[in-house]
Design a binder for this molecule. Structure first.
Ligand code: NAD
Length: 456
């Protein structure tokens, strides 16, 4: 197995020069990255088309435009984020003042998946640079064209001792995991997340794990069905369902089952046409293995909409499956494709129980016009984050740190959340030497009595 120790020690030496901590250096790096992305926009779109048949619209909104916005936001706020934060000081510490310094970890490893191969590699990198770190990025081997551009872009913008891209598959990842990074930021599947955490534990390396899981989408009987249908169709079928936060399955109230399904069918036709397999802009499935895994799900349940596949194009129609229960194969793991199974419920308690019996989801979506129904769901179930009366949109707000909980992930990022994730929060007490309060010392007369006046 290849070793990366010379790369890591070159980055560690560069980090120790202190250059990456300089705010002007960080801002310059972020601006350089932003310019390079704009300059290579066309090439990036072509790579995303070649790797996943992403349309220009999807490539821009979910990948390129997303990171440009993240860069713009970070550049305009970095000066205020880097300042040590002054916090309160208790009366027992009279004479001193207290601060929290945001300190870069050092050399960080970013491992990215294939589904948004550009965005999910660059968005963490923005946080790493903003916080003053060096970084090694390992993009996905399943999207080779995009990974190639990532490498080219980074080598044009930065010296390797600052930011490096290492391409390769599982072996490469494992080689990198043998190194003593100061932080590991991983986006990918739950099983690999466990491998990453185990490797990190050997050297006590802090981690962020952005994982996946089955994200429920609940449509209650009082929901605005037309709007719900359109927003769910969009959230589910964007990127052909290969989105970690896509609604994985639907919990549909029995009183609105038929009406909602009709609306959903209409929304699918409106967004993707009546023959989506002929739509040149519908994203394909990433690999034959995933195509076959997904196609097998079509053998169980009733196809309400869609159901057709094209093995040459690796394309699957936006599909809705009814007559599904928790025992069916499609309900065992994250689907990660354009197939939406529907469970029907009568009471909200069934929904809450059903979700409780499974691992904590990355996202949850509830469609209801009633505030108490919304709050009941939000307060009864543990999940990473989500939306009321929408899907996926919370991901794109720099004010909402994004991440899972437990089996769906550890930690969060985006906006200031990314800066915080890649910064160690170093608490500092600055003490006066003008006087020395004696109570803490063991030789003070009636010390215990006096200290009890403050510590009670
Ligand atoms: P994956 O876990 O198979 O691979 C992710 C990365 O890990 C790749 O770079 C891969 O080369 C590397 N890798 C794979 N096996 C490894 C091993 N044994 N040891 C070390 N490294 C290894 O995930 P994927 O298939 O690329 O992506 C899909 C998954 O990612 C889904 O589960 C999805 O939910 C999740 N995801 C999560 C988020 C999020 O932000 N939470 C975003 C996108 C995708």
């Amino acid at each position: 197995m290849e070793t990366y120790s010379s790369l890591i020690s070159a980055q560690k030496s560069f980090f120790r020069t202190g250059k990456t901590k300089d705010v002007a250096f960080r801002l310059n790096a972020l601006q350089t990255l932003r310019n390079a992305i704009k300059q290579h926009e066309e090439e990036l779109m072509q790579a995303l088309r070649a790797d996943l048949n992403k349309s220009e619209f999807e490539a821009y909104t979910t990948e390129i435009g997303f990171v440009l916005e993240e860069l713009r936001y970070t550049i305009s706020h970095l000066h205020s984020w880097v300042k040590p934060e002054k916090v309160k000081t208790p009366i027992t510490h009279i004479g001193s003042s207290s601060y929290i310094y945001s300190d870069p970890y050092g050399v960080v490893l970013v491992i990215a998946p294939w589904n948004y191969p550009f965005q999910l590699a660059i968005a963490p990198l923005i946080g790493a640079i903003a916080a003053g770190n060096c970084a090694v990025m390992k993009p996905s081997e399943l999207t080779p064209k995009t990974s190639e551009i990532l490498e080219k872009l980074m080598s044009e913008c930065f010296p390797e001792e600052y930011i490096a891209v290492v391409q390769g598959g599982v072996e490469t990842s494992q080689g990198l995991l043998n190194e003593k990074f100061d932080y590991i930021f991983f986006t990918g599947s739950v099983p690999v997340g466990k491998i990453i955490m185990e490797a990190a534990a050997k050297n006590l390396i802090p981690v962020t794990l952005e994982l996946g899981g089955k994200s429920p989408c609940i449509v209650h009987e009082d929901a605005n069905l037309k709007i719900a249908a359109k927003r769910i169709a969009w959230g589910k079928y964007t990127n052909a369902g290969q989105t970690c936060i896509a609604p994985d399955y639907l919990y549909l109230h029995k009183n609105v089952r038929d009406e909602f399904l009709q609306q959903l069918k209409a929304a699918i036709v409106e967004l993707y046409g009546s023959e989506p397999l002929d739509n040149p802009n519908f994203t394909r499935i990433v690999s034959v293995r995933h195509f076959e895994r997904l196609s097998a799900f079509l053998n169980k349940g009733e196809v309400y909409v869609g159901g057709k596949t094209n093995p040459e194009k690796l394309a699957i129609e936006p599909t809705v499956l009814t007559e599904i229960s928790w025992d069916d194969p499609i309900m065992q793991d994250e689907i990660f494709g354009p197939i939406l199974p529907v469970l029907v419920y009568s009471e909200l308690s069934e929904v809450i129980e059903g979700i409780h019996e499974h691992p904590k989801p990355l996202s949850l979506y509830i469609f209801s016009e009633n505030n108490s129904i919304q709050e009941k769901v939000l307060n009864s179930v543990s999940f990473g984050g989500g939306c009321v009366n929408d899907t996926v949109y919370h991901f794109a707000s720099p004010h909402l740190p994004f991440g899972g909980v437990g089996p769906s992930g550890i930690g969060s990022y985006h906006g200031k959340g990314s800066f915080d994730t890649f910064s160690h929060k170093k608490s500092i007490l600055k003490q006066t030497t003008r006087f020395d309060i004696p109570f803490r010392y063991p030789n003070v007369k009636n010390g215990l009595k006096k200290i009890k006046m403050f510590m009670k």
